[in-house]
Design a protein. Sequence first.
Length: 345
Amino acid sequence: MTDRSAEQSVTAQHASDLRRARRMLVIIGLVGPAVITAVVVALIIAWLPSLPDPAATHWGVGGVDRLGSPSMYPWLAIGVGLGLPVLMVGMVLAMGRTQWGGASRLLGGMALGLSGLSAVINGGSVALQRGLSEAAQVGPIWPVVTGGFCALLVLTAVGWVLQPDVRPTPAKPLEAAHLASISAGERVVWMATASMSRVAMLIVGLVVVLVVGITAVMVFEAHEAFWIPLLTLAIIGFAFATSASFRVRAGADGLTVRSQVGFPKVHVPLDEIVSVRAVECHPFGEFGGFGWRIGLDGRTGIVLRTGPAIEVERRDKRPLVVTVDGAEVGAATLQAYLDRRDPVK
């Protein structure tokens, strides 16, 4: 078999696996939650006439601490049990069009698990109040919450097992750039900026909007706990500020990657570099997302977008992958210094 036919065979096999993985993701992450949510919503609607009005909608350490309309339960079950899975699966399908990996499989399982969590907690909360004249008479909620999280864990595991184990294809080497040999006393430096892709920026933006919305609601509805989404928003903001853009430098001292705000930073001295190459990187399939990541294969990645990347094999450490435009030239610069360090005899 020629190299070309072998490449076509691998590509065809990967395409077949990818279609199978996407099909099972839809079944596990969309069809499953739709069925579970439909069943629990039907039960809740059937039980609504037997609930007190107002009904218990929130429990604290001491018992029921908030009341509301019973009609909120069907909408809550739909929002959490089906709305969140739709968002999760939609994100996976949009970002995993050419590559697949463990993150895609996990999110599919979690979508099914979330529908189970929602069904048990919302359905259980309604079931506890059936036939009561007042919401204050309802018992403790902890058995329902425990059951909900057990459903989350079990269904997530089931969803993981039922999906095929499709792993990302090995990184495809890019055509090497040619750089003339660097003589003693001569210094060549290559620098570039690695920035987050528009897709990643959109996802971060949606998360920020969601957290801001939750914060605004809790400021009015739960003064004692509004600090939780505020802290989450601060953490997301810090993570975004430190990982949205990096400066990449390749030269005589090796490879340096530093956030635009100064932290975090990684430096690979030339003496620690075993080999270097430019590859095509798919962050979602290979690393499970964007940012500073560790892949299932052990590689460390500073991966902000799909496209060219510098891959450095380090002595006694995990390989480092950095997505950046012009990676072929950056890799060639490092290779030229490696050739000067280890001349072919």
